[in-house]
Design a protein around this ligand. Structure first.
Ligand SMILES: [Zn+2]
Length: 298
């Protein structure tokens, strides 16, 4: 029996896994006022899926969080949207519940979950399009982590040098052209509207010939296509797996990317690459955090 926790900027999602089956899944608002309130939100989330007595039967807790982590030691180093820094979750959960804790970043957790659906001895690339853009690479069952667990921050690779300003402070990142938050900001800036423009609205606008929406949507398609093309050139993958709200809600994005690749891809054989979409969706982070522990994916 395992507990999976996905600590997001607004919501804590918890699940209970028994014999590799998700038997319970709950959400709880995350109060990010302070370190204490975040921990209380996590504990409330856990209390929703399991009683105090049954926690004794749990083997371990897997925790997914948006930020930089030291997954070897179960420590969160830094989370941009939360008041936690250098927080030792492994020590905290051992003290609180007497259980070890595996911590990983949210994108890696989602990749571990989705990766479990495909053959291990393959090269799998993950592109997650939500408010930002994240990526992961799983090569023959092993996550590519880099020297400081910072590999595959693909959203901040440069698409157009000196281009749109990105949330990271740099100009021209892929995320500045195709991240959900950037799409909204670009539209609001040019039209002076206050309405929040998510991908569904931008895409609808583009289909209805709203010239601002069309320009922003086309730029996003171009950025994502170029990014996917670059990743294919680097990794020569068997699988490319797309996830995140922007992809899930878009009707045409994936097809547009494939269309671009048909005429722009070099070297790799497009017909041999398997394009997939996320299966676990909003459960992928918490489920992947548990699988990461089970498969010793650190
Ligand atoms: Zn950036």
């Amino acid at each position: 029996m395992f507990i999976g926790v996905d600590v997001g900027g607004t919501t804590v999602k918890t699940l209970l896994l028994i014999e590799n089956e998700i038997v319970s899944f709950e959400t709880e608002p995350n109060d990010t006022t302070s370190e204490k309130t975040v921990l209380e939100s996590i504990e409330r989330g856990i209390a929703k899926i399991i009683s105090k007595e049954d926690i004794l039967k749990v083997e371990a807790i897997g925790l997914s969080i948006a930020g930089q982590v030291d997954s070897q030691n179960g420590v969160l180093i830094n989370a941009p949207n939360m008041p936690l820094k250098n927080f030792d979750f492994n020590r905290y959960f051992k003290k609180k519940y007497g259980k070890p804790c595996f911590v990983d970043n949210d994108v890696n957790c989602a990749a571990i979950a989705e990766s479990s659906l495909y053959p291990v001895d393959t090269t799998q690339i993950f592109i997650f399009l939500g408010t930002g853009i994240g990526g992961a690479a799983m090569i023959n069952g092993k996550m590519l982590r880099g020297a400081n667990n910072l590999a595959m921050e693909i959203g901040h690779m440069t698409h157009i040098d000196g281009g749109h300003l990105c949330g990271c402070g740099k100009k021209g990142c892929y995320e500045a052209y195709a991240g959900g938050k950037s799409l909204n900001r670009l539209y609001q800036e040019v039209t002076k509207t206050k309405e929040y423009m998510n991908i569904i609205k931008i895409e609808e606008g583009a289909l209805n010939r709203d010239k601002h929406a069309l320009k922003i949507f086309n730029e996003a398609v171009h950025a994502l296509s170029a990014l996917t093309n670059d990743l294919i050139t680097i990794f020569n993958p068997d699988y490319i797996i797309f996830g995140g709200g922007v992809i899930e809600h878009s009707k045409t994005l994936l097809d547009s990317i494939k269309e671009y690749l048909k005429s722009n891809i070099r070297f790799a054989d497009l017909s041999k690459i398997k394009f997939k979409e996320s299966v676990f969706k909003d459960r992928s982070n918490a489920y992947g955090a548990v699988l990461g522990y089970i498969k010793n994916q650190i």
